[in-house]
Design a protein around this ligand. Structure first.
Ligand SMILES: Nc1ncnc2c1ncn2[C@@H]1O[C@H](COP(=O)(O)OP(=O)(O)O)[C@@H](O)[C@H]1O
Ligand SMILES: O=C(COP(=O)(O)O)[C@@H](O)CO
Length: 583
């Protein structure tokens, strides 16, 4: 249960400003997250970490001298947007490039990947690492599918230490990859977590039971069992990690390793110490030389009751980097020589919004598009709870919240752009940026691609033809598949977007005007959204929950169908004399 909050939708924002105010000697707030409030060495690589909020001290608590230069902070359990990441990265860039480091989750991978492309296109060298330490989330043959949990700290810390010592971007990336490859975590949970304002937990673990291998957003574990004693649990965790030694460590006996016993939210420190007592003994029995032990909270899952054990298998380099001095709100090592505080005027000013030139024809089309986006937002807001309910069956339950945040932001920005004289393409592109930025998460990134592709295809000059609009949807479908790597049948919104665009093209080719063709294609979208209930998810958060997902539709497919139908309803109102959105 989260006891204290004001407006739940403002929770993450208020939490960040409270955190910054309480740690002003180390961090300051910038657009997109937080950065060090102390001067960093010029011409060194900057480390930008990030992810959803709700995991404190990940990620903002790990910003400071010797650790990260900045953290991009998303909403609760939703990745930050590419725009946030770029903003933080540009603020902390010291001239030698940026390493982006984050846990391997779909939304994070999409947004950090996009941010990297944008930074490179602006002349800032950039690399990224998606951390994959959670051994319960995929088999050893599919390590690239594993999630990042408390092992994040090992990667952040060692990469940052290398950067501090003047390593090049390629060298810092190599350290991060090596640390990731040598770090393994296993976690357990005894209860779920409840997000601020929610009246029930996001997920549950039955009373008296323990979910072995549960993820930090309630992703299911490997098995469920009765809660053991602290010593039994300690042995279970150690033995599980020792069963999968990383390449380069031939046997545990005689190896040097560091350990992190991480509380996931509401397990008390006293309980952690009792478990640690058993972990240390078990490691000793296996003949492992323990180089360091950290017991506390490093990556949490709101108020989830649970803990995880991380082992990182040292070599000389990793060990030295781990012990290099660092000073951040939540993690301190040795003693740093305090760098001077940054001057107040170093705080960047927000960028001005401007619109590209457009013809009067395109401005008129833009007005119609604004009405459509308003209708879209209305439909999303009205159905947000239901979308959350569908997503909770096999996802993290935040689809409605994310879509609502995105749709509201898109609507407001589209209205503003229109009032500034924007054409159709610009209105859609501004709406795309606002959606991706405010929603974060997987669907935020995908909706950014959809609207942006439509905007680019439609442009700001001529009034589009019905064919051009169908063509724009086809480009959007292929753009989404290229960007998110989902194929038809993977149980995502692609299973609606692609058939919608194909039907729209077909109906227009057969001589229907846009309004009539849209109606038919939207009907097809609805059927396809329903049909996703029979599919097994192959990608995204729902993948590990395949069995639970069967029989329920995909949340993103349902929201897309809802939107296409809502937009279709605007046709008679917008065009009383028929279809005037296009020629
Ligand atoms: N790779 C992908 N390509 C296209 N759509 C995807 C992809 N992965 C997930 N989705 C869609 O995103 C929806 C989930 O969005 P959201 O709730 O924002 O996800 P999350 O909380 O996992 O970031 C899914 O229901 C699915 O339709
Ligand atoms: O949940 C997180 C990001 O994953 P999504 O795929 O965006 O849901 C976040 O808490 C970890 O960064």
């Amino acid at each position: 249960m989260t006891w204290l909050f004001n407006n739940p939708s403002e929770f993450a924002k208020e939490m960040i400003s409270g955190f910054v105010s309480a740690n002003a000697s180390m961090v300051r707030q910038v657009s997109g997250g937080v950065v060090r409030n102390t001067a960093s060495k010029p011409d060194t690589v900057a480390i930008v970490i990030g992810g959803g909020s709700g995991h404190y001290p990940a990620f903002a608590g790990l910003v400071g001298q010797g650790l990260a230069h900045g953290a991009a902070m998303g909403n609760l359990f939703a990745s930050p947007s590419a725009q946030q990441i770029c903003s933080v990265a540009k603020t902390v860039n010291q001239g030698a490039g940026v390493l982006l480091a984050f846990g391997n989750y779909a939304g994070d991978v999409l947004h950090f990947g996009l941010a990297r492309e944008r930074l490179i296109s602006e002349g800032i060298p950039c690399e990224l690492i998606a951390i994959t330490d959670d051994i319960s989330s995929a088999s050893a043959d599919e390590i690239h599918k594993r999630r990042g949990v408390a092992g994040d700290l090992v990667v952040f810390k060692t990469a940052a230490a290398a950067a501090e010592q003047g390593a090049t971007l390629a060298e810092v990336l190599a350290v991060a990859q090596m640390a990731n490859q040598r770090t393994r975590t296993i976690g357990v949970a005894f209860s779920g977590c409840t997000l601020p304002g929610a009246d029930h937990p996001l997920f549950n673990v039955p009373q008296g039971r323990m979910e072995f291998g549960m993820g930090i957003h309630g992703e299911p574990g490997i098995r469920e069992l009765a809660i053991p004693t602290a010593d039994e649990l300690a042995a279970m965790l150690v033995d599980k990690l020792l069963a999968e030694l990383p390449a380069g460590i031939s046997r545990a006996k005689g190896a040097r390793a560091g350990a992190i016993l991480n509380g996931l939210g509401s397990v008390k420190y006293e309980e952690l110490f009792v478990v640690w007592h058993g972990v240390a003994r078990r490691l000793q029995e296996h003949g492992i030389t323990l180089v360091d032990s950290q017991v506390g909270e490093f990556v949490t899952s709101f108020d989830m009751a649970g803990l995880s054990l991380t082992l990182f298998w040292c070599n000389q380099q990793l060990e030295a980097l781990w012990f290099a001095p660092a000073y951040s709100p939540a993690f301190k090592v040795g003693s740093v020589i305090k760098a001077p505080l940054l001057a107040t005027e170093d705080i960047e000013a927000p960028a001005e919004e401007s619109v590209a030139a457009a013809t009067p024809e395109s401005q008129a089309v833009a007005g119609q598009i604004v009405i459509m986006i308003e209708r879209l937002a209305e439909a999303v807001i009205k159905n947000a709870d239901e979308l959350g309910r569908i997503d909770a069956i096999a996802g993290d339950g935040d689809h409605g919240i994310g879509m609502e945040r995105g749709a509201r932001a898109a609507r407001d920005r589209a209205q503003r752009a229109f009032q500034q004289g924007a054409g159709a393409g610009t209105v859609l592109q501004h709406a795309a940026d606002a959606w991706a930025d405010q929603a974060g998460g997987t669907s935020g990134a995908i909706w950014g691609v959809i609207l942006n592709t439509l905007g680019t295809a439609i442009g700001n000059q001529e009034k589009p033809t019905a064919n051009a609009i169908a063509q724009a949807f086809s480009q959007a479908s292929h753009g989404v598949m290229h960007f998110g790597k989902a194929k038809p049948g993977d149980k995502t919104l692609v299973d609606v977007l692609l058939p919608f665009s194909e039907e729209l093209t077909l109906q227009i080719e057969q001589g229907h005007d846009l309004a009539a063709a849209w109606q038919l294609a939207a009907r097809k979208a609805e059927l396809c959204a329903r049909a996703t209930a029979q599919l097994v998810p192959k990608i995204g958060r729902a993948r590990p929950l395949a069995a639970r997902s069967l029989g329920s539709p995909d949340a993103g497919a349902v929201s897309l169908s809802l939107i296409l139908n809502a937009v279709g309803e605007t046709f008679p109102a917008v065009h009383p004399q028929g279809d005037t959105l296009c020629l």
